[in-house]
Write a protein of this length. Structure first.
Ligand SMILES: CC(C)(COP(=O)(O)OP(=O)(O)OC[C@H]1O[C@@H](n2cnc3c(N)ncnc32)[C@H](O)[C@@H]1OP(=O)(O)O)[C@@H](O)C(=O)NCCC(=O)NCCS
Length: 224
């Protein structure tokens, strides 16, 4: 089972990172892959209630790779952590399948309360270098987060967000281009086109509702 996960992860790196030239190169030279191997061991210990061994394995993984994944975090299949240095994934974070994270990404919390306090990242999401995704928010399937963005609110599926705080870029332009391709990592082929359309309409409706709510509150007479 562990071998199968490793094989499909190596294949994912080969398919999605144009710099990866052979399976052996990925196995030997990709800290993102090594971090996942450490995390699998740490997470297994954590789930058995072996908290300190779990933390220690996670610490060793961080020491060797520069990538910090809390042993409690739940990571999907075929995750790619490109370059990797400085990535932090918090205890209650959940990461879907086929996610692509660049270096210095933080999936962090905004409160020290116990319970769910880190983000849930859907399938086929790309998170650009240096981006911070904060709080128990959801990032929908196929979303793309720009480099250095700070995301503090839900990101609908299929949406590209940039900036601080992160906001959607013009999805109409996205649609005309037929979707964007981040550093050779197309996602349109994996997200059902009809679902993508529905999600875009949903996102546009939420935006209209938000604007309407803002206008209504601006026009409301003082004291109301
Ligand atoms: C956000 C991103 C996904 C958007 O890609 P895209 O869909 O091709 O969008 P465009 O490049 O057409 O940009 C759309 C708009 O967003 C702006 N924008 C793009 N990336 C941005 C970013 N990271 N921060 C702020 N604004 C950004 C562009 O200036 C443009 O603004 P405009 O409409 O006012 O001209 C991409 O720019 C990105 O940041 N990818 C991450 C790549 C990465 O981290 N690589 C690391 C390699 S080591």
């Amino acid at each position: 089972m562990a071998f199968m996960y490793l094989r499909e992860s190596i294949r994912a790196y080969r398919e999605r990172d144009p710099a990866a030239r052979s399976d052996l190169e990925v196995l030997l030279c990709y800290p993102g892959l090594h971090a996942q191997i450490w995390h699998r061991m740490a997470h297994a210990a954590w789930r058995k209630g072996l908290r300190l061994p779990g933390r220690f394995l996670s610490h060793l993984g961080r020491f060797f790779t520069g990538i910090e994944i809390h042993p409690g975090a739940r990571i999907g299949r075929r995750l790619i952590i490109d370059h990797g240095m400085g990535v932090v994934i918090g205890e209650t974070a959940e990461v879907g399948d086929d996610v692509y994270l660049y270096h210095q990404v933080t999936l962090g919390g905004t409160s020290s309360a116990h319970g769910k306090r880190h983000p849930t990242i859907g399938n086929n999401v790309i998170v650009g270098a240096g981006a911070k995704v904060l709080g128990a928010i959801r990032v929908g399937d196929g979303a793309r987060i720009g480099a250095n963005a700070v995301v503090v609110a839900e990101v609908p599926a299929g949406t590209t967000v940039v900036g601080i705080p992160a906001h959607p870029v013009d999805r109409r332009a996205d649609r005309k281009r037929g979707g964007f391709d981040a550093y050779g990592t197309p996602t349109d082929c994996v997200l059902d086109p009809l679902l993508r359309e529905v999600e875009m309409l949903r996102a546009e409706l939420s935006e209209v509702e938000l604007r309407l709510a803002r206008l209504t509150s601006q026009r409301a007479p003082a004291g109301e």
